[in-house]
Structures are given as C-alpha cells and as structure tokens.
Design a protein around this ligand. Structure first.
Ligand SMILES: O=C(O)CCC(=O)C(=O)O
Length: 268
C-alpha cells in the first residue's frame, strides 16, 4: 500500500485497552488505537455537545474552516474548552494524559483542542506532520502528540484520518512533491482514542458517503517550550479558568515552570 511499507509486516497496530501496549505501538508505528476510551454516556454527551456547537455555528453563520483544508465542506470547531465542559474532561482525560506524559513528559502544554467534522462530499486536507513548524533537521525527541477522539465511527468511506505508515521514521515533514504519496485510513469505532506522534504524516480523508458525517476531536499537546495553537490567554472562557484543575492550569500554561512566567514566577 505504502512506499514505506514494503519491508514491514503491519501498517498500523490493532486496537488495545492495554496502555503499555499502546505505548509500544506509538514507538513502533507512530500511532496507537485505544479502544473504548470514551463510551456510554460520556461518548453520547461529548457527541451531543460537539454537534450542538457545530450546528449553532452554522445557524449563526459562524462556521469555521482551516487554511489547510482544500474545500469548504468540512467544519472546524475551535476553542472547544469554551464551548462545553465535556471537552475539558477530554483534554485531561486520564488515558490521554497517560499517553501524553509517556510521549512528551510533564509538564506539557495543550496546544489546542478543536474538532473537524467531515460532511458528505468533504475533501482531503493538506498532507502534513504536526511538528512541521520545527526547522529541520528535527530533534531526536518527539515534540508533540495528537489525541484524536473518534466521535463518530472512523471508516474509509467517511474520511477517517489517513496516515503514511512509518513516516515518523523519516524524521522530516512531507515536501510539496510528496502530497500524493500513498496513505491508509485509521479505521476505528466511535469512542476510540487514536494517539499519534507529531512526526507522522497525515491528512483528513475524503468523505465519500452520501449521508454520514465523521466528527473527531483533536487534543494537540506539545512540550512546554512551544506556543500553543489556540491563544488561551485571550480566548478562554473565564469560567473554564475559574474551575480549572491544577492539571488543566498546567496544560493551559497558567501554571508554568521555566517559560511563561510572570515576574519570574508561575502565574498561578
Ligand atoms: O481531520 C482529520 O482527520 C485530520 C485533521 C488534522 O490533521 C489537523 O487538523 O491537523
């Protein structure tokens, strides 16, 4: 399937509930599937909160896009922390934090938590690696990781995120000439947490279905030396800050070590 796959037996790992296996999978494949990380009421509430925010934005003419999306069909919902506390729970979900701490260490920053909903007919995204803002040659340590929550089923048909298997081993981002390289879809049931490290080349898939959406929430975490994608200091709902846990304050940069200090001290 992939130009990078000729010498390897599997392109992606199987889903697991065992976090030690998930850690090994990220090291080997650059990606891990953690089955049923979100289920039952929590999955239902998160899904309702996301579609409520997305529908509200559309009704009010405030639906957002992203510059790396090739067509206007898909919808981004930014700054989810300020839309519903269900997303605060996702940002500091124990399984996500376990993986973030394993991959990046602690403290880490929450660069963003936003959603991408592919609607029928939605096109693909620009192929990229999430740490592409880092000048090459890249440092040997992984600088960020994405916790992708499948809110709807992720299938090839509905535009599941597509990756270039083993591209993390290339240790560089794709060039403009490599936009058409072979990819495979990250197929997973709704509720799966798909963790991928920041060197993996990936893009949104094409939604070829007639009636089905694919909603995903992306929690993007980095080592604490990076600027966050979302500027929490300007955009965060004060109520979220008021009730933020110590962990959330650290993730948002309000509780800091070494960088982002106020008069030499942690802001909170
Ligand atoms: O929507 C997707 O499947 C991927 C989104 C993505 O890669 C991004 O927003 O950087």
């Amino acid at each position: 399937v992939s130009v990078f796959a000729a010498e390897v037996p599997h392109l992606v790992p199987r889903p697991t509930r065992d976090l030690a296996e998930a850690e090994r999978n990220v090291a080997e494949f650059g990606v891990a599937f953690i089955a049923d990380a979100l289920f039952g009421d929590a999955l239902r509430r998160t899904r309702e909160a996301l579609y409520r925010a997305a529908d509200d934005d559309r009704r009010r003419g405030r639906a957002k896009r992203f510059l790396a999306d090739f067509d206007p069909t898909n919808q981004r919902v930014w700054n989810l922390l300020s839309r519903d506390n269900a997303f605060v729970d996702l940002a500091e979900h124990p399984i996500a934090l376990h993986m973030v701490k394993h991959i990046l260490g602690w403290p880490a920053l929450l660069g963003n938590i936003s959603a991408n909903i592919t609607y029928p007919g939605g096109g693909e995204m620009f192929m990229h690696a999430d740490q592409s803002f880092i000048p090459e040659p890249w440092p040997t340590q992984i600088q960020g990781c994405n916790c992708c929550w499948a809110i709807d089923d992720f299938t090839d048909e509905v535009g599941a995120t597509r990756i270039v298997p083993y591209s993390h081993r290339l240790h560089r981002g794709p060039t403009d000439d490599e936009q058409a390289v072979d990819t495979i879809p990250l197929e997973a049931d709704a509720g799966t947490l798909i963790v991928f490290e920041s060197r993996i080349w990936h893009r949104t898939g094409v939604n070829k279905s007639a009636h089905k959406n694919r909603a995903a929430v992306f929690g993007w975490y980095t080592k604490p030396i990076y600027r966050t994608q979302e500027n929490w200091f300007l955009s965060l709902d004060p109520q979220v800050l008021k009730y933020a846990s110590e962990t959330m304050l650290t993730l948002l940069g309000y509780k800091a070590q070494g960088f982002g200090l106020v008069n030499g001290e942690s802001p909170r």
